[in-house]
Design a protein around this ligand. Structure first.
Ligand SMILES: Cc1ncc(COP(=O)(O)O)c(C=O)c1O
Length: 371
């Protein structure tokens, strides 16, 4: 018997490994492996989600108008240049589905976010990688890596798992150096944690693209990080009209649930919560970084809600072994952090910034491990 076979390349994909967590009887667990909100979700978003219950038999507004208008007002951009998705993951998938196919290449940095290559491969395209400099996006390296077949370039700014950021001027230089027929995707999943005036989440570049009629930049955003709604699956993209049109043609007709629409609106309205979460992160990022640095770990300077932590001493092999051991040691004691060997960073662990309690628990176990 012959079985149905997936398209070439699909079976080469190694499925995304989500941040781990496991519950054990009698052990308090802390999940610091998926860069989720340290303060949970906005209580106002939760209330809106709960209030959506009685109407769940009604299909959602397929265009998510109320949410797009709220996002448009809040971000000072037109709602008809926004498309919402089930997490920014869905939007990244849609971009690949629309603009990449067999024989095409996409480009990202060496330690860029994993979903880009998975999404590109699922469309039959190949991912190219450009080296980073000090774990930062290197615009010259990206430009040098572009091939004739390159159709899409992905940059996460700030990037996951490195946590590093490049200024708006560098992204602008990248855009100017790319051929006009290449789509630049600026993934700003962690932008709400930024407070650097030299930073642009991608909005200015999209605005500029719209004004100049160059339809080749898209910014993606998420509700999964500072807004604390990772479980709800909600993200959005801002782009010139032709790109929005393309994404609307291929997305599911009701890709955002009615509960996600109202919770998303309430979350955007609850900016006090966002400010509180950002402030908590600012303080804890510094405190946790200092404590781990004091124990001899090298910390990649981060602007996000996580730290990329390099193991101590020895050679690459010894440090990689230590990363595995420390990850397992923490997990046995209820704290889950992320190994990043699949990002070609085997000597590192990525540790999310959690609540005070979670961070203290993690630090105490790391201290015990090194002593
Ligand atoms: C850089 C980056 N982009 C996108 C995402 C996906 O977010 P979402 O939950 O909106 O799919 C993540 C999640 O970790 C991320 O780190």
């Amino acid at each position: 018997m012959t079985a149905p076979t997936p398209r070439p390349g699909i079976l080469d994909i190694i499925a995304y490994a989500p941040g781990k967590v496991a519950v054990r009887d009698g052990v308090t667990t802390y999940k610091l492996s998926s860069n989720e909100s340290a303060l949970g979700p906005s209580p106002k978003a939760v209330a809106a989600f709960e209030a959506a219950g009685p109407d769940l038999h009604i299909y959602p507004d397929g265009s998510a108008r109320a949410l797009r208008e709220k996002l448009g007002d809040h971000n000072d951009i037109p709602a008809d240049h926004i498309v919402c998705g089930a997490g920014s993951d869905e939007l990244l998938q849609l971009i690949c589905k629309a603009y990449l196919g067999p024989g095409d290449t996409a480009l990202q940095t060496d330690h860029g976010f994993a979903v880009y290559h998975l999404a590109a491969m699922s469309c039959g395209a190949t991912m190219l990688y450009a080296p980073e400099k000090d774990h930062k996006t290197d615009v010259d390296a990206l430009l040098a890596a572009v091939e004739d077949s390159t159709k899409v370039v992905f940059v996460a700014n700030p990037n996951n798992p490195t946590g590093t950021v490049v200024p708006a001027s560098e992204l602008q230089r990248l855009r100017e150096g790319l051929r006009e027929d290449i789509l630049l995707v600026v993934d700003a999943a962690y932008s709400e944690y930024m407070d650097d005036p030299a930073y642009d989440d991608g909005r200015a570049m999209v605005q500029d693209a719209i004004a100049s009629g160059a339809d080749n930049v898209v910014m993606t955003r998420t509700f999964s990080k500072i807004y604390g709604l990772g479980g709800l699956r909600l993200g959005w993209a801002y782009a010139p009209a032709p790109i929005i049109d393309v994404m609307n043609r291929i997305r599911g007709p009701f890709n955002i649930s009615s509960a996600a629409i109202v919770a998303g609106v309430a979350a955007v309205e609850d900016q006090d919560f966002v400010v509180q979460n950002r402030e908590h992160n600012r303080q804890e990022l510094a405190r946790v970084g200092q404590r781990l640095g004091g124990l001899g770990f090298e910390i990649v300077p981060s602007t996000c809600n996580f730290l990329l932590v390099k193991m101590r001493g020895g050679d690459v092999e010894a440090r990689s072994t230590e990363a595995k051991k420390l990850c397992a040691y923490l997990a046995e004691r209820g704290v889950f952090v992320r190994e990043v060997a699949e990002y070609r960073l085997p000597e590192f662990l990525r540790i999310s910034i959690g609540s005070l309690e979670a961070n203290d628990a993690m630090l105490a176990i790391v201290e015990e491990f090194v002593s």
